[in-house]
Design a protein around this ligand. Structure first.
Ligand code: ADQ
Length: 499
């Protein structure tokens, strides 16, 4: 019943991602010798893994990733190249061991202090430290050579995200021409005026142009990318209509294929949740009558959490009747905490929550319940189902899966979604969601009030349409469209080869 079972990949798949799909750990901590210890494998989390697993299995594929998180696991162990998933023939997971210096520069440096802020238009947060780019190149080279070790004539290499801007060209140059190189860029691509500030920007563009296929979530990022190429890679030919770039004789097709979620699974988990006995996270904070608002985000400056808190503060100022009746639950996951900007952001958010709570709380009631605990998938679905209003307010977001997960889990069809109009998700879902400009505090606060007083039939009408879209464009259909593109490029290149 899995939609991704239908996805046709025209050859053995090689996935490249920063995060590994499975973590392995030794079971028996007391064993004297590592080789005597058995190994357990975590169930994977995340839609991408769930979606790609069956494809990797079917094509006898390989997944190449940084071996982070298996802290206790000797990454030089032979089992570092293992068969996954557990208890099946599976496919090969090839983990790369990266030194602390490499991780600090490649991951916490060029990836997250340069490319992340640049792509999201936060140039003022850019930190260009001396050796970061060289490490980024070195790590990209290591991934590319791991790909070359596994690639065959009909391989399909599918590189994930901005951690690997240089790898596509390196891979292209080291594997058979009949194999396909594709990449999906999960975050926005900025306009040329912003990209201009990117250190080593031309290397980044030339690296990415090593792909046969380059995917973004929405049209705007495709157009920004093509403009950047036109502006900064003078030797490239850009066909804006065909969305095709030719550089050094090699074509790159650029497409917008918006990513969805495993809607059926969120729906199923939400139905299994007990409405009267909701997620343990809520039981202390919220009574059965309380109207619940919800936010679920990584603690990242792109997610617009302070703007959301400001709007909630304004809302309680203007609508004192809702004090004691409405509680906003903010689930924030600490992220990239070794980067000072993130540390400061987290601190600011926590202080704001405390300040606003101090202003309005009375008796047992607090306006904002804030937690940084990890939420298990079942609990997350219970929370989604319980929430009367979901607020997703990024300053900018490539797509945003949380909004789609909320819709998929809203099985009672009675919730409302407030969604920033600067997210890829808004471009997909349109005005059936309640659009907000996260920086316009007054209008945002009015939207919150509007969502709480919206007639039930109106909420249902919107929710039905939105759920329909999320089910139509789920993770399976996203992969189908990727593989359809890959297939057509693959066929094109093999007929070129015959000519
Ligand atoms: P992210 O910036 O991480 O992803 P998002 O798309 O919202 O943002 O995905 C976050 C994921 O983490 C969701 O699946 C969510 O359920 C999960 N999550 C967050 N907090 C959690 C918690 N406390 N407990 C459990 N799960 C939690 C990047 C881009 C996005 C793009 C995705 C996919 O920034 O724009 O949508 O990749 O391409």
């Amino acid at each position: 019943d899995d939609a991704s079972d239908e996805a046709a990949c025209p050859g053995p798949l090689i996935v490249v991602s920063n995060r590994q799909p499975y973590r392995h750990e030794y079971d028996d901590a007391d064993a004297e010798d590592d080789t005597e210890r058995s190994v357990t494998v975590d169930e994977p989390t995340g839609g991408l893994t769930a979606g790609l697993d069956p494809v990797c299995k079917r094509t006898d594929g390989t997944w190449i990733a940084w071996g982070d998180g298996s802290a206790d696991f000797d990454v030089t162990d032979d089992r570092n190249c293992v068969s996954v998933p557990p208890d099946s023939e599976g496919y090969t997971l090839h983990r790369l061991d990266l030194s602390e210096a490499a991780v600090d520069s490649y991951y916490r440096g060029f990836s997250n202090r340069v490319l992340w802020p640049i792509c999201h238009g936060f140039s003022d947060l850019l930190e260009d430290r001396p050796t970061d780019f060289e490490w980024y190149r070195t790590v990209n080279e290591r991934f590319a050579s791991a790909v070359a070790d596994h690639a065959t004539d009909d391989s399909v290499v599918w590189i994930q995200d901005y951690h690997f801007a240089l790898a596509p060209r390196l891979v292209r140059d080291s594997i058979p021409p009949s194999a396909t190189v594709a990449q999906f860029w999960h975050i926005p691509w900025p306009a040329p005026e912003t990209f201009r500030d990117c250190p080593a920007g031309v290397d980044v563009l030339e690296g990415v142009l090593g792909n046969d296929l380059l995917g973004f979530h929405v049209d705007r990022y495709v157009e920004n990318f093509l403009e950047c190429v036109q502006r900064y890679v003078p030797n490239a030919t850009v066909d804006r209509d065909q969305r095709l770039v030719r550089y050094e004789g090699e074509p790159t097709t650029v497409v917008a294929t918006p990513m969805g979620v495993d809607a059926a699974s969120f729906d199923r988990r939400a139905r299994a949740a007990d409405r009267r006995n909701p997620s343990a996270l809520l039981t202390d904070a919220v009574s059965e009558e309380t109207v619940v608002g919800l936010g679920v985000d990584r603690l990242d400056y792109t997610k617009g959490i302070p703007e959301r808190l400001a709007a909630l503060e304004r809302f309680f100022e203007r609508n004192p009747d809702w004090c004691g009746e409405f509680t906003f639950v903010q689930k924030a996951t600490p992220s990239r905490t070794e980067i000072p900007t993130y540390e400061r952001y987290g601190e600011f958010v926590r202080n704001e929550v405390e300040r606003i709570n101090g202003r309005f709380e009375s008796g047992d009631w607090k306006p904002i319940v804030y937690t940084e605990e990890y939420v298990e998938p079942d609990d997350l679905c219970a929370l989604y189902r319980q929430a009367d209003v979901m607020i997703v307010s990024p300053i900018i977001d490539g797509m945003n899966l949380v909004a789609q997960e909320y819709l998929a889990a809203s099985v009672d069809c009675d919730g409302a979604l407030l969604l920033s109009d600067r997210t890829g998700a808004y471009e997909r879902l349109g005005s059936h969601a309640l659009g907000i400009d996260p920086t316009d505090t007054d209008a945002f606060a009015r939207r919150i009030a509007e969502s709480l007083s919206m007639p039930r039939h109106e909420r249902r009408r919107r929710m039905n349409t939105l759920r329909h879209r999320v089910f139509e464009n789920d993770i399976g259909s996203w992969m189908d469209s990727q593989f359809d593109w890959i297939q057509s490029i693959h066929e094109g290149s093999s007929s070129e080869a015959i000519d």
